[in-house]
Design a protein around this ligand. Structure first.
Ligand code: FES
Ligand SMILES: [Fe+2]
Length: 443
């Protein structure tokens, strides 16, 4: 598998890990998940809550706000939202605008992680969560270590690609994973279960080394070691596996490395690594070695896939595409020249005054004066005045605004001479024109 496309849609009907449970406290905490800003916190009873993280009033980042009991009070104008996401108070008025609630994500805690369901709430089924007891972290008889959460500037599919092809261990991690140099030459078998697909390699009669000795101090002689890469979904891949005595075939223990992946944006991801084992569970030295090895191994993978991400982004131009070049005997990536050499397609431009198009398309984006652009930029999330985006922004802003918001948006709108934008404004945001100067929202 190799991801050749950017802007791939994320799978949304899916549980994704938003944070370690220990990161979610009575302090508001913000993170971007699948391109959406969210806030995380705990109620006074200790339940994890995940809500959309931008205030619907003026898009203020709610992680810069505060908790009042179990409610979130926006740090900008004081809109207050219950833990259910419902808007429950607007300081400047008694009537509450409808449709200004925060989204509340279904949440579950498993394996020391807070998982959120990003699809429709009706489809959230906790039976779809990974079985963290079978994998170790929720089994009290196993020893578990959580590694530092990492952010990697690469599309999440590149990390899946990395983990399912463990032949890279022999090269990238040759100096950091004991016996890793053998992995690339081991035969591969596929093992399918109802929940997973396991790409399994087994190293036979691997000579003892200091790491094996630390894991199994009583054991002498060579070991057989599984190098699994078990795919449970885009959110979880397990590596590691069983270790056996080479002579008797007796299982000595299981060491799982759980790689929990969450897309952050189309070009970045969150990475949570958890190690869990069912042997030497009271050996803190072994736990420390796992964490220390993680600090060496993870940056090697991060550097590799971030380098690939840069290459892919460089090859993906607005009009150009890339594909493996068809050169007999070898392959390489090349920018497809077709799109460049093909004559540029132009859209027939409508004439001014034609039905349904009062403003020529080429002029519509430049119709705002510099003063209007800077004024509008004050009220918009981005200063790039894309026409469609600006219309969307005006609609949503004027729908959710408080009394002060009405005044401010009306002030901006009055100075806007673009007839499309003026026409898009609901009556509530333009009191002087449509309501005889009376504000229909609030007191
Ligand atoms: S931005 Fe949150 S209340 Fe105004
Ligand atoms: Fe790796």
């Amino acid at each position: 598998m190799h991801p050749h496309k950017t802007r791939q849609p994320y799978p949304r009907n899916q549980w994704w890990a938003a944070a370690y449970s220990s990161e979610v406290t009575r302090e508001l905490f913000g993170r971007t998940i699948l391109g959406e800003r969210v806030i995380l916190y705990r109620t006074e009873q200790g339940n994890a809550v995940v809500l959309s993280g931008l205030c619907p009033h003026r898009a203020f980042p709610l992680e810069k706000s505060c908790l009042v009991g179990d409610s979130v009070r926006c740090g900008y104008h004081g809109f207050t939202f219950a833990a259910s996401g419902a808007l429950e108070a607007v300081p400047s008025q008694t009537a509450l605008p409808t449709g200004a609630d925060l989204r509340r994500y279904p949440v579950a805690e498993r394996g020391g992680l807070v998982w959120i369901w990003t699809g429709p709430e009706a489809l959230a089924d906790e039976a779809l969560l990974p079985d963290m007891e079978a994998l170790g972290p929720d089994n009290p008889a196993w020893a578990t270590e959580q590694h530092m959460p990492a952010r990697i500037a690469a599309r999440y599919t590149l990390l899946i690609d990395n983990l399912l092809d463990l032949s890279h261990v022999s090269f990238i991690h040759a100096d950091t994973i004991p016996a890793g140099d053998k992995v690339a030459s081991l035969p591969v078998e596929l093992v399918e279960t109802p929940q997973s697909l396991n790409v399994r390699r087994i190293g036979k009669a691997l000579p003892s080394n200091p790491f094996f000795k630390l894991m199994f101090p009583e054991h002498d002689g060579p070991l057989d070691q599984s190098f699994d890469a078990e795919y449970f979904g885009p959110h979880l891949i397990r590596t590691g596996g069983d270790l056996f005595d080479s002579g008797s075939g007796k299982r000595l223990g299981t060491q799982n490395y759980l790689h929990v992946i969450t897309p952050e944006t189309p070009g970045s991801l969150h990475y949570f690594v958890i190690t869990s084992r069912d042997f030497a569970t009271s050996n803190p030295a072994l736990s420390n070695v796992h964490v220390d090895m993680g600090l060496l191994i993870q940056p090697q993978d991060k550097a590799a896939i971030e380098a690939i991400e840069l290459v892919l982004q460089g090859l993906e131009t607005r009009r150009g595409r890339y594909r493996p070049a068809a050169i007999p005997g070898r392959s390489r990536f090349a920018v497809a020249s077709k799109a460049r050499s093909a004559p540029r397609r132009t859209r027939p431009r409508r004439q001014a005054g034609e039905a349904g198009q009062s403003v020529p398309r080429a002029q519509s984006s430049s119709i705002l004066s510099m003063r209007q652009r800077s004024l509008a930029a004050t009220f918009m999330p981005s200063s790039s005045l894309n026409r469609k985006a600006s219309l969307r922004w005006w609609r949503s802003m004027s729908r959710f605004c408080s009394l002060e918001g009405v005044i401010m948006s009306a002030a901006a709108a009055i100075s806007c001479t673009n007839p499309d934008i003026r026409a898009s404004l609901p009556v509530t945001a333009f009191p002087s024109r449509s309501t005889g100067g009376k504000f229909p929202i609030g007191d």
